[in-house]
Design a protein around this ligand. Sequence first.
Ligand code: C2E
Ligand code: MG
Ligand code: MG
Length: 407
Amino acid sequence: MSATAALHAIDSVLIVDDSGVQRSIGAALCREMRIRQIHQAEDGVAALALLDALPAPPDLLIVDLEMPNMDGPELLSELSARRLRSPVIVASSRESSLRHSVEDMGTALGLRILGSLPKPLTQEGLGTLLQRQPGTTPAREPRSTPPVDPQELRSALERGDITAFYHPQVEIGTCKVRGLEALARWHHPTRGWIPPDAFIPVAEQHGLIHVLTLRVMDLAMAQTAQWALQGLDLSIAVNISPLLLDRGELVQEISDLQRKHGLRAEQVVLEVTESTLLRELAVALGVLTRLRLRGFRLSLDDYGTGFSSMQQLARIPFTELKIDRSFVHGAADRESLQVILRSALDMASELGLETVAEGVESLQDWQLVRQFGCTLAQGWLLAKAMSPTDFEPWLQRLRQHRAELLG
Ligand code: C2E
Ligand code: MG
Ligand code: MG
């Protein structure tokens, strides 16, 4: 799609910049892109006055960061307070990390930030951003799923409406599938598939997380045993809520399921999110240590998003570090993320841990984690979480992409 075509819906723009030269460059580009109404303001105060005077907000705003009176970030806060719906582009000659922080700030404020560009603006840069869907910057986008009724969740568990989807984990060096992560899914009779973020917290608050976890684990282990019968030797990862770690019985419950399905303990990976909520630290440490003694693998999930990750790494016998997707996806464009990602991977390798990069969504993400020596990748570039029946056809397709991924 050409930049001009992408712009067909954009008839008016407001360029906010204290430099007359930069405003002229921007205006000339917009004219070339056939935007008819080009408004200009020299700072945030002038921009707000202009917005008040216009009959309707412009279709696009381009906002500089450093300006006298009211700077770019202040202007974004004001625009958010006025509930501006038009897309916004951040423009600045300052370092890209600063621009990215302002993008994240704007998105967190609810603005439709398309992205940021260095100055002087170019037609290519502007064209690329205008083809983007706004609001894809933040690490976690809040989901707008309606609240879940605990009583309904309880019945769903009893009826077997909670099931597991599987997300493959691929060895970066060989492109072979090492295993899968089981992810809970709720198939609701009227609402369709409900994502786990909507019901796991409810399960945790209403004493249902134990039943739910054992249900997912039972399904996941049965499925792994099934795949083994088809000649596929795979590991299976299951998420363990930190709330479960004060149950001493958990060790035996997991062992019983593993034996029931005839799996080897080392095939089973228990993913624990880093958490300050280990209510009974001694009990939790005991549970995790005993699980490890029995041969289960332990993975520190969502690494980097919690508050006490280093402390937990030091005292829990983890075998794997799973780096949160907010440090992975898009890191190729962000130097600060690269530094964090690389140092986490280096540290894990020094500690003798395997590493999983979550959120590998693009070929760029894949190439970066590969270059940084990460062991496993999990992400939408490879697959979304799937039902068991979709796994074998997907394996065939992965084989076809091997050369490209290893190239
Ligand atoms: P998690 O354990 O960190 O699982 C990874 C989540 O990231 C999954 O979302 C997965 O689909 C998603 N993901 C992986 N790669 C990508 C990617 O490239 N892009 C994007 N945008 N997302 C990616 P899902 O299935 O929605 O699960 C969300 C969270 O719900 C899980 O995060 C986990 O914390 C929780 N959860 C899921 N199943 C269970 C369960 O059985 N028990 C417990 N306690 N928690 C569960
Ligand atoms: Mg997980
Ligand atoms: Mg995770």
